[in-house]
Design a protein around this ligand. Structure first.
Ligand code: MF3
Ligand code: CO
Ligand code: CO
Length: 270
């Protein structure tokens, strides 16, 4: 059997991977996560997002891996760096970080054909109370989503866990972008919505691999794409945060492929 086509596919086109495939995902996830651990000391006031991206690209190359984003639909960088009101897909460049800026750094690598995709928040300089709360709620919403990952639950259960928690805090969940299946491909079914009704959408099965990557805004949920065709920003210019893990469904729950070995996933605690 061709290695690319191990396992089977559900009616919704979601690949069911085999037990042996978890190892490949753990390796790819660990590299992406290790790089994000190392990036922390490169985030400071006066630093450019382009310099951070250069560090990331060097790390991917030094590991003998490949960046999944360079060349992806014409994208040319090893990371997306989304500062303040940028929701996602911020393009690294000359932008200089100022005191109090918050940024999401999103890295996807390919190791032995397997994709590892993760992102987290960083802070340049001093964090304000309001911003700290946004980051905390976004982080916790991802974790509540992950707690809903087990066979028999549905993707709607994941979305509902995230949405209900975030909206209780009077923040909003972005609906224009979602998580996705991954494995030996970058973006595959299903679309993992970060909002939804309990029991809706496809049922989770052991062997499904996907990301959960909620984007949370302090203001309204609406986004727009800038003229560069990538950068997504909040329409009302309110601050936005995001965290992303890649996970695999197991018999009783899930394994997170992108855990931080250094305990640095959250910017102010482990
Ligand atoms: N890593 C992003 C995700 O979480 C995708 C980035 S695609 C890029 O799905 F081309 F913008 F890099
Ligand atoms: Co992703
Ligand atoms: Co990502």
């Amino acid at each position: 059997m061709n290695d690319q086509h191990r396992g089977r596919m559900t009616r919704d086109g979601i690949r069911i991977h085999e037990a042996a495939d978890f190892a490949g995902m753990h390796k790819a996830g660990a590299l992406a996560s290790d790089i994000l651990d190392k990036v922390a000391e490169h985030v400071f006031v006066g630093q450019t997002t382009g310099a951070i991206d250069k560090f990331i690209e060097d790390q991917v190359n030094a590991a003998g891996a490949r960046s999944a984003t360079i060349g992806y639909k014409g994208y040319q960088h090893a990371s997306c760096i989304s500062v303040n009101h940028v929701v996602c897909h911020g393009i690294p460049g000359d932008k200089v970080l100022k005191d109090g800026d918050i940024l999401n750094i999103d890295v996807t690598v390919i190791v032995d054909g397997w994709y590892g995709d993760t992102s987290r928040m960083y802070v340049a300089g001093k964090l304000s109370r309001k911003t700290e709360r946004l980051i905390q709620i976004t982080h916790d919403s991802l974790m509540f989503g992950i707690e809903a990952v087990k066979p028999g639950n549905t993707f709607g259960d994941i979305g509902h866990a995230i949405q209900s928690f975030v909206e209780r805090q009077r923040m909003s969940v972005v609906r224009d972008f979602c998580g996705h299946g991954l494995g030996r491909v970058f973006h595959s079914p299903p679309n993992v919505l970060h909002y939804g009704r309990p029991g809706s959408a496809a049922t989770l099965e052991e062997g499904m691999f996907f990301t959960i990557e909620p984007m949370v805004n302090l203001g309204r949920a609406e986004t727009k794409i800038l003229a560069d065709d990538w950068t997504a920003v909040t329409r009302d210019k309110s601050l936005s945060a995001q965290f992303e893990h890649s996970v695999g469904v197991t018999a009783n729950g899930c394994e997170i492929f992108t855990l931080s070995k250094a305990g640095k996933f959250h910017p102010t605690y482990g």
